[in-house]
Write a protein that binds this ligand. Structure first.
Ligand SMILES: NC(=O)c1ccc[n+]([C@@H]2O[C@H](COP(=O)([O-])OP(=O)(O)OC[C@H]3O[C@@H](n4cnc5c(N)ncnc54)[C@H](O)[C@@H]3O)[C@@H](O)[C@H]2O)c1
Ligand SMILES: O=P(O)(O)OC[C@H](O)CO
Length: 335
């Protein structure tokens, strides 16, 4: 079994380390030749995972063609909005029975497609070969070997089981699932809710507010998920509540941190500048998640508020007032 991890950001690098630790022959593709060289010679990715020593068996290349040749598993590790152009270039070199595993947690702008749908559209590959890896997996904690579970979802359960084995280590425990839709909706929506939690924290609110946002964030995620065909059980699991809690609670989350900066009074430009080039997927996905919800007539008030702060110039304080000014409702409602 040979894996190619396409993308050497923080999560691509951590996942490549997991694969090597699981005994899977792995190459990682980095856009910049100097990063590939540093991984090969110094076994570090100082930009994204400083202080982490990568396995000597992990090889890196800046040639996408070299990485993809002979790969049984192609791991798509670039951010959501850049998956399509990259995959378009990679497609001619992807093997005819290779599994394609998506790591990105987002919804494509304009098309409102989930990442597995983008993969299917660009490559023409069937659903039985497209998988999603998602769960409460902050890259740095996984790279440090801290124990965590994840979900590998694929419509073809047998393929999910094969992938489960390729990614299993003593610290990283994948569970299989066939609900690709639920896993992708959970992963995309939680980034938006983590932005809201960061904003609340940044403006000075405490744990009651955070628990309220997490719980009501899950409620609107479930509403959207059910509308697009997800199973509620998936959103009650690692890819839903699990990832939501990890991302909304951790200072390691880029989405939560981005929101906190806005809550502290930073402008969007200042918050963007402070990311040092790391992606906070929810900033773009809040618009596509909101648009997907509108298409299915699903109310997502928190997602809408995050969109208004990030893209309509609303202040965090006004977003709070707007949310609290809504009419009273029963806790469980679906319309
Ligand atoms: N970091 C995490 O803890 C984590 C965990 C789980 C899932 N994810 C998801 O994984 C995906 C990748 O995130 P990450 O954390 O590795 O991001 P990152 O910000 O750490 O790195 C992004 C990587 O993508 C590359 N990149 C950026 N734009 C590109 C483009 N146009 N073409 C090709 N490469 C490009 C960058 O060079 C970099 O290697 C995201 O969707 C994220 O939500 C991240
Ligand atoms: O750092 P974030 O906010 O992109 O979140 C990272 C992971 O998705 C957590 O599971």
């Amino acid at each position: 079994m040979r894996a190619a991890v396409m993308g050497a950001g923080s999560w691509g690098t951590s996942v490549a380390k997991v694969l090597v630790d699981a005994g899977t022959d792995t190459v990682i593709w980095a856009r910049r030749p100097e990063l590939a060289e540093a991984i090969n010679s110094e076994h570090v990715n100082a930009d994204y995972l400083p202080g982490i020593t990568l396995p000597g068996a992990l090889t890196a290349t800046s040639s996408a063609v070299d990485a993809l040749m002979g790969a049984d598993i192609v791991v798509c590790g670039v951010p959501s909005q850049s998956l399509r152009p990259n995959l378009t270039q990679w497609t001619p070199y992807i093997g005819s029975d290779a599994s394609l595993v998506s790591l990105a947690k987002g919804i494509e702008s304009n098309t409102l497609l989930r990442m597995s749908e983008v993969i299917a559209e660009v490559t023409g590959v069937g659903d039985d070969r497209i998988a999603v890896l998602t769960g409460p997996n902050l890259a740095r904690e996984i790279a440090e070997g801290q124990p965590a579970a994840t979900v590998i979802a694929c419509a073809d359960e047998a393929r999910a089981v094969t992938l489960q084995s390729a990614f299993s280590t003593r610290y990283f425990r994948p569970y299989t699932n066939t609900d690709v839709v639920g896993c992708e909706i959970g992963g995309s929506a939680k980034n938006v809710i983590a932005l809201a939690c960061g904003m609340a924290s940044g403006i000075g609110f405490g744990q009651n507010t955070l628990a309220t946002i997490i719980t009501r964030g899950l409620a609107e995620t479930i509403r959207l998920g059910v509308a697009v065909g997800a199973q509620i059980e998936t959103l009650a699991g690692l890819a839903g509540i699990g990832d939501l809690v990890a991302t909304c609670s951790s200072p390691l989350s880029r989405n939560r941190t981005f929101g906190a900066r806005l809550g502290e009074g930073a402008t969007m430009a200042q918050a963007q500048e402070a990311t040092n080039g790391q992606v906070a997927e929810g900033v773009k996905s809040c618009s596509s998640v909101r648009a997907l919800a509108e298409r299915h007539q699903v109310p997502m008030p928190l997602t809408n508020a995050v969109h208004q702060v990030c893209h309509d110039g609303m202040s965090v304080a006004d977003a709070v007032n707007s949310l609290l000014g809504r009419s009273p409702k029963p806790e469980i409602y679906r319309d």
